[in-house]
Write a protein that binds this ligand. Structure first.
Ligand SMILES: [Zn+2]
Length: 234
């Protein structure tokens, strides 16, 4: 095989290896990213629960004010009843009393309901806080693991980078430029084998003239259909 061509075959393999590190890096980062996302989500949930506790508190204050109003009314009526002149007046006051008491009962049960709601919201917060604590522990662990994995990948990657440097320093600049141009669109299939007389990049059949040139391997041949660099794999 032509020296330039065999260098390019080697180079595309190295470039493929370099690219294969990217999904590995993403995979290594995935776990901690997921935990971070869960942590943020849990913190938002706590904020939401706190807001709803605040809202319940506002309703409670309003209800307390109404309770005070009705209690005052009852006190006032008690005084009035003492100085009432006719039975008619007395029964009107008793009716008012009754209504006020009913209102008070209902308001007091509202307060009870609000307090129960608040207590259960506070329990929810405790639960989420416990989850956050365990997520934070998971996160520290995941970060350590990530660092280890990334260091390992970096080690392997630097070996490949050195290989690439050694190889490219020996490749003719023009040939290298030609390869880079094709690589821009064809990525790791810039240099492809010919199998069953077909380009392994676009899978189109090659005519016998091109095919025999590729088999000879004396020069760099491009696929007439897609432009990729072809080599023959015996
Ligand atoms: Zn092709």
């Amino acid at each position: 095989m032509n020296k330039h061509l065999s260098q390019l075959v080697e180079l595309v393999k190295i470039d493929s290896k370099i690219d294969s590190f990217l999904p590995e890096i993403e995979k290594a980062k995935k776990n901690s990213e997921q935990i971070k996302h869960d942590l943020e989500h849990s913190k938002k949930i706590i904020e939401k629960i706190k807001t709803s506790i605040k809202e319940i508190n506002e309703s409670k204050v309003k209800t307390d004010n109404q309770i005070a109003k009705f209690s005052a009314k009852l006190e006032e009526n008690a005084k009035k009843i003492a100085s009432v002149k006719t039975e008619k007046e007395a029964s009107a006051l008793r009716l008012e009393d009754e209504i006020a008491r009913e209102q008070l009962d209902s308001l007091n049960s509202d307060i009870e309901r609000f307090e129960k709601q608040q207590a259960s919201k506070k329990d929810e917060i405790k639960e989420v806080e416990a989850k956050i604590k365990s997520l934070e522990a998971d996160f520290s662990k995941a970060q350590l693991e990530e660092e280890e994995k990334l260091n390992e990948i970096e080690k392997q990657r630097s070996v490949i980078y050195t290989e690439k440097e050694n190889l490219t320093s020996n490749i003719d600049k023009k040939v290298l430029g030609f390869y880079e141009k094709i690589r821009k669109w064809a990525r790791n299939s810039a240099v492809v084998p010919v199998k069953k007389q077909a380009c392994y990049g676009c899978f189109m059949q090659l005519n016998s003239k091109v095919f025999s040139q590729v088999v000879k391997g004396d020069e760099i041949i491009n696929c007439p259909h897609c432009g990729r660099i072809l080599y023959y794999e015996a």
